[in-house]
Design a protein around this ligand. Structure first.
Ligand code: CTP
Ligand code: CA
Length: 236
């Protein structure tokens, strides 16, 4: 009955969503990772599909039980591991997407080289790790759009998990980040021990054109997903 009541206001919209967190290998048994469960991105996929969209989810290390929440005939899942793999998959999906949402936590850095053998204490090889910066994927997607390599009118949404307890400081950082990345909307949330990663609930403020807060939402990640998609619909 719920499905019949859900508005089909995104019917025909092609959506590409990244979810989860990338893992950057160090050696065959270790990686650099982060605490993203993928729940917010998966909730966005489920909500968009329920509202009629065709969804591609690029899932970085999302557990099977979280992925199951987006099982729907209109949701296609592409699984990736590293930031480089996520970049390739998102560029591919974004080339035919009306809406791009970067909910994944992408590693900012990766080890400069990956050892094909386990690094051992005996060799003393793990006291320092040389890192190189990863590509800014959402920045690259915005640049592709600016160069005309995206469907007309494509909307791009980014996320930012900030640890500052000061709401004004969080918003200022979010405004700068939105400008820097060239995206339309940026959803900012507080991430600390009580909020954000690995939690069932979330709270976001959505920053839009000119740095205006166009919406704020808190509650389940599905409710937050609904508010983000509402904000997208209002601006399209
Ligand atoms: N992002 C991305 N590629 C990266 C890093 C981040 O596409 N290499 C995306 C994230 O998916 C998110 C947005 O950019 O949608 C903001 O991520 P965040 O980590 O907050 O921004 P950074 O530019 O990496 O800045 P910071 O130094 O605060 O981590
Ligand atoms: Ca980052």
């Amino acid at each position: 009955a719920l499905a019949l009541l859900a508005p089909r206001d995104l019917a025909g919209l092609r959506v590409a969503i990244s979810a989860g967190g990338t893992r950057e290998p160090i050696d065959p048994v270790r990686f650099l990772g982060n605490r993203s469960s993928g729940r917010q991105g998966i909730a966005l996929a489920a909500e968009a599909a329920a509202r009629g969209a065709d969804v591609t989810v690029v899932a970085a290390n999302v557990s099977a039980d979280v992925l199951a929440e987006a099982r729907h005939p209109s949701v296609r899942v592409v699984s990736v591991g590293t930031a480089a793999e996520l970049s390739t998959a998102m560029k591919d999906a974004s080339a035919s997407a009306d809406l791009v949402i970067m909910a994944a936590a992408v590693a900012d850095y990766r080890p400069a080289s990956v050892s094909d053998q386990k690094l051992t204490k005996e060799q003393g090889l793990l006291t320092h790790l040389e890192l190189v910066e990863n590509e800014d994927v959402v920045g690259a997607l915005a640049a592709l759009r600016a160069d005309g390599h995206a469907p007309e009118g494509q909307t791009i949404v980014a996320f930012a998990a900030e640890t500052s307890e000061d709401a004004d400081e969080r918003l200022d950082r979010a405004r700068r980040k939105r400008e820097r990345k060239g995206v339309d909307l940026l959803a900012v949330n507080l991430a600390n021990a009580e909020h954000g990663f690995e939690k069932r609930d979330n709270a976001v403020e959505i920053v839009g054109g000119g740095g205006a807060v166009v919406a704020s939402a808190s509650g389940s990640k599905r409710e937050v997903a609904g508010a983000i998609l509402d904000a997208v619909r209002r601006m399209r």
